[in-house]
Ligand binder design. Sequence first.
Ligand code: ARG
Length: 576
Amino acid sequence: MLSQKLQAEVLKIAHEHYQLTPQDVELEATRDLVHGDYTTNAALRVASKWGVPPRQAAGVLLEQLRLSKLVNTLCGKVEVAGPGFINFWLKPELLVTRLGELTNTKDRAVLRGQRVLVDYSSPNIAKPMHIGHIRSTIIGQALVNLYQALGAKVTGINHLGDWGTQFGKLIAAYKLWGNRAAVHKHPIQEMLRLYVKFHEVLKTKPELAKEGQLEFRKLEQGDRQSRSLWNWFKRESLREFGALYKRLGVKFTYITGESFYEPMLRGAVADLVKRKLAVKNADGSIVVHLEAEGLPPCLIQKSDGGSLYVTRDLATMRYRLQRFKPHKILYVVANQQALHFEQLFAVVRRAGYSSRAELDHIKFGLVLGEDGLKLATREGRIIKLEDVLAEAVIRARKIVDSKNSKLSSRDKARVAEAVGVGAVKYNDLSQNRQSDIAFNWDKMLSLEGNSAPYLQYTYVRLKSILRKAGEPTQARSSKSAAGELLYSITERDLTLLRMLSRYPDAIGRAAKENGPHLLAGYLYELANSTNSYYQDSPVLTAGVILRPFRLHVVSTAAAVLKEGLGILGIATVEKM
Ligand code: ARG
């Protein structure tokens, strides 16, 4: 990747002169093109490390950079700005030749050889997915795609919640009031009904509690009938989740539930006890004290010997570290579980289970309705994703119909599905995941704002220009033609070229910060630039030199939009 080469050069020089290390030197795409294409903070680091005035350090580095062969091949201009930033402008000829490489996956495979695990979606079986699982599913898949786009080897894990006393209750309830056909017809709805009924009847018949415990005990002991019922509940749940995953374009590499780690729980606790990292309380419960980390003690075994959520995660982590030897594990789970993951990671670090793996809790906030309150139906029930998608597709269909296109009604339905589902996903992915996000139908489906339909429609318009042009003429590649081209291109051409050239960096930054919104924000800006580009600079009617070049620019912009949206998990369509 170009920015990497440039960064390596800056580092080399900064190391020679000021002993800076890779951690010190950042090179990033600038926020605004007026400050050049890339910027580095190296001089500011020199200042904080050695007390040299930053502008002075910047001056020294600048002088060396201007002598560098690499910098001279890549950059037309290097300057010091502000308190001591060094800004770089790429050469126009480089921007032109770079066009063809922007969607080249080999060029940006900076994470090749890295193994990344993403634990996402992870719903509890026999229950509907709530909004937390849905956000996790959408954000998690985007992260899987992002890391893959950078060449990492990614394992997408669906860590199903398939273990716990609630399954004893469910089995008891099923034996009392359930039937096979009903579960098969609407699995989750029916299992939820049985579970809710169990708790209702429990109020007047407390002896039912025993029934549930007994069933769970049987399940734990491997009773054949219990196991087979539980397996069936799991299959039915997965069948229903699977339909949703398919519609959302979600693909896991690895689907295992918490139950898989059940046999490893004792070992996980025993290891910590043996190494005196965990202690037994007077009541027999076992905890790891985390005062040193500023955290409350982490309970890993109850006084009755039972395990906890964190015990299962601990065993799971040990297994994953051994089996996959990952460089990174991402847990895409709502903000509410922050303490759980802080404790889990602290215990793992204490125990020294992961020397190289970076552990990250990828947190996210709630989804708020238009009134700023937690998203729910008027009656206060949780909103189901199926209903949200159905509504989105109906609204998208109205947009498609308003375009009066000549599409067949079957194609219109296909487009409406892509636009509706895309709108819901983009709404989630384009906002900073850490904050609560707003759910606003009009904004989500607007053809003008920062929305999936806007980006999808931009793509459609670019494709229509390319269709009108017929076969895209290859840019003439002789030296003199290239010279002529550079002489003919305008400031506007250059601006879009520079915008396009930032694409690999946008992917890189989004992965580095685990923030899909950074890629979404880039695509939105790119769409804006592209739209004003072809409105202000003639493409089809341009002269013999500029026309093929501009068509190439337009087709690259289309390819980048398509690929970028694809990374976010959003489909594009050729016509609307
Ligand atoms: N099933 C859990 C829940 O619904 C989420 C699991 C997240 N992953 C994990 N390894 N803890 O809350």
